[in-house]
Design a protein around this ligand. Sequence first.
Ligand SMILES: Cc1cc2nc3c(=O)[nH]c(=O)nc-3n(C[C@H](O)[C@H](O)[C@H](O)COP(=O)(O)O)c2cc1C
Length: 223
Amino acid sequence: MKKTTFPVVSLPRRAVLRSLLATPIFACVPFAALADEPSKPSRPTKSRDLVVYYTYSRQTERVAKRLAKTLGADLYAVETLESYPSEPKATAERAKEERRLDRLPKIADKRPNLSAYDRVFIGGPTWSGVVSAPLVRYLRETDFRGKTVVSFWTAENSDGVQYRRDFAEQLAAPERKPALLVDENIGFNAVKETTDAELDAKIAEFLPKLSPVPVSPPKIFAP
Ligand SMILES: Cc1cc2nc3c(=O)[nH]c(=O)nc-3n(C[C@H](O)[C@H](O)[C@H](O)COP(=O)(O)O)c2cc1C
């Protein structure tokens, strides 16, 4: 299959970092400070991690599933009610219009209640440099107050700068302000050409930078 490359807007790293760090939602607090201590050690430990993803061609799904497995986290796939065209270029055009006109696609309503979670990992493909329209819809419609949000992205070939800025903007709407967005650039380029072992190695590399959480057997929110 012909490999497509996409233009990526590259911004000066320092300027972006400085402005992001000045944004309150980017204040990264130690997760331990947010986690509830179990009142009795004998009580079953609840999973406090959720991995949310949107996928169009199953690459983010691969990453999300491996991430959830490593974390022992629950998994939730954002699904659109209407499918996108099978041709990526047509999908890109449609998604750009949806975002431009703010007519985001409707997504299935079977969503997990976030009250059971402290951390929510949210991943999706990079579409024209930014967050995919279905994931924007999910971000807009979800209340992340009090949660630590960890964003991850997949792309053909991107530095993730534009994606992260867009993600932060979507999350930073006034009603969702107290969400904490962890300032880690967690991205996976060319997932199709990446082995499972390589994905696991990459996951193992960034996870220690985040504080650990207790886990229990995961649930899958099936479509
Ligand atoms: C509509 C569309 C737009 C895309 N735009 C970009 C882009 O701007 N930059 C990039 O590196 N990859 C781009 N890609 C490639 C995807 O981000 C990449 O293949 C991703 O891993 C696919 O994840 P998914 O299979 O979970 O949908 C695009 C793909 C599609 C379908």
